[in-house]
Design a protein around this ligand. Structure first.
Ligand SMILES: [Zn+2]
Length: 332
């Protein structure tokens, strides 16, 4: 792996962030905080005034410390680490979050690493992702992880945009722009399944997509139609001449949904489900398929609507079986 990393300034003049465990003594200069005084925790008596500079530097209880070398007065470092420092290795910390002595348990990391699938915005591709890979390589060289690359697959999702009353333009959905949609209200009105179907159907997940209230209603109508199909199944005749057509449509839908899933192309998977529901509706309407075929089509439709977790591409399914939900080592 050839990385062209630039020097990375990890310090920030912010309250939030991990304190840099360093003290300054007039006599001894820069002194690291001894292990038994770690972690250095952020103080609570901080005033956020909006004035220039780091609010931490105005917290006496934080700044004033004792030099571990000479016992004289020392000043605590008030810069904190950028949050990228944490996100560069948190995938390892998640594996042993309660370990108080080490960053993570190398044995557990050996069982779980690398990460199967990384999903993130493209804005992380040149900073966070590079640092995360670099730090993994360093930890590998230290013998703490068995892999040099932390992530097996990368998927960059697009952003959701929406018309903003404030600016009169379609913009990235964000709280500061006042154009967000509360999922709670949507779920209360049309249910969580509508929200899920809409989110998957809004467009190719790697592209930007504009939120549309009308399309949300479309997702709701689709699910209502599926529900009505169930009620209409008994209308199907015992035998029918055109059984093969509905059976073909059913298998075509299974194939399309499966392939779409593997490509993260969830919008085309939903489109395939809508087509299958239309074929089944038409067969029931025109009585062209038998009851058995209609029931098979409906079963397939419902199963495809709530698919089990797919194995990530390139990963043998057997590995999943070796991951019980705990095994005694995870939680303490
Ligand atoms: Zn000193």
């Amino acid at each position: 792996m050839a990385l062209r990393l630039r020097d990375w300034l990890i310090s920030r003049q912010r309250y939030w962030g991990t304190p840099i465990p360093v003290l300054y003594c007039e006599k001894d200069g820069m002194v690291p905080v001894p292990d038994d005084q770690l972690p250095v925790e952020l103080p609570y008596d901080v005033e956020f005034t909006g004035r220039e500079g780091n609010p931490l530097s105005r917290s006496k209880s934080f700044v004033e410390a004792k030099c571990p070398k000479c016992g004289g007065p020392a000043r605590r470092e008030t810069d904190t680490m950028d949050t990228f420092v944490d996100s560069s290795w948190y995938y390892l910390r998640y594996l042993s979050p309660r370990d108080e002595a080490r960053m993570f348990d190398p044995e557990i990391a050996g069982r779980w690493m690398p990460v199967d699938q990384y999903i993130g915005g493209i804005e992380h591709a040149i900073l966070h992702l590079l640092y995360a890979r670099f730090i993994c390589k360093v930890l590998h060289d230290f013998g703490l992880v068995g892999v040099e690359e932390p992530f097996q697959n990368l998927f960059n999702q697009g952003m959701i945009t929406r018309f903003s009353e404030k600016s009169g333009r379609v913009e990235k959905m964000s709280k500061s722009r006042g154009n967000t949609v509360s999922p709670d209200e949507l779920i209360a009105e049309m249910g969580a399944d509508t929200e899920r179907v809409y989110t998957l159907f809004v467009g190719p997940p790697e592209k930007e997509a504009e939120w549309s209230g009308e399309a949300v209603s479309g997702a709701y109508r689709f699910l209502t139609r599926v529900w009505r199909l169930l009620e209409r199944l008994p209308e199907a005749p015992p035998t029918a001449p055109a059984d093969a057509a509905l059976e073909r449509d059913t298998h075509a839908a299974i194939q399309r949904v499966t392939q779409s899933f593997q490509r993260f192309s969830f919008n085309t998977a939903v489109a395939a489900l809508m087509e299958l529901s239309n074929s089944l509706g038409k067969a029931l309407e025109e009585k062209t398929a038998s009851r058995l075929r209609c029931e098979q089509a409906f079963d397939a439709l419902v199963q495809l609507l709530h698919p089990p977790r797919a194995h990530p591409p390139g990963r043998p399914g057997g590995r999943q079986a070796a991951r019980p939900g705990g095994g005694g080592r995870h939680g303490r």
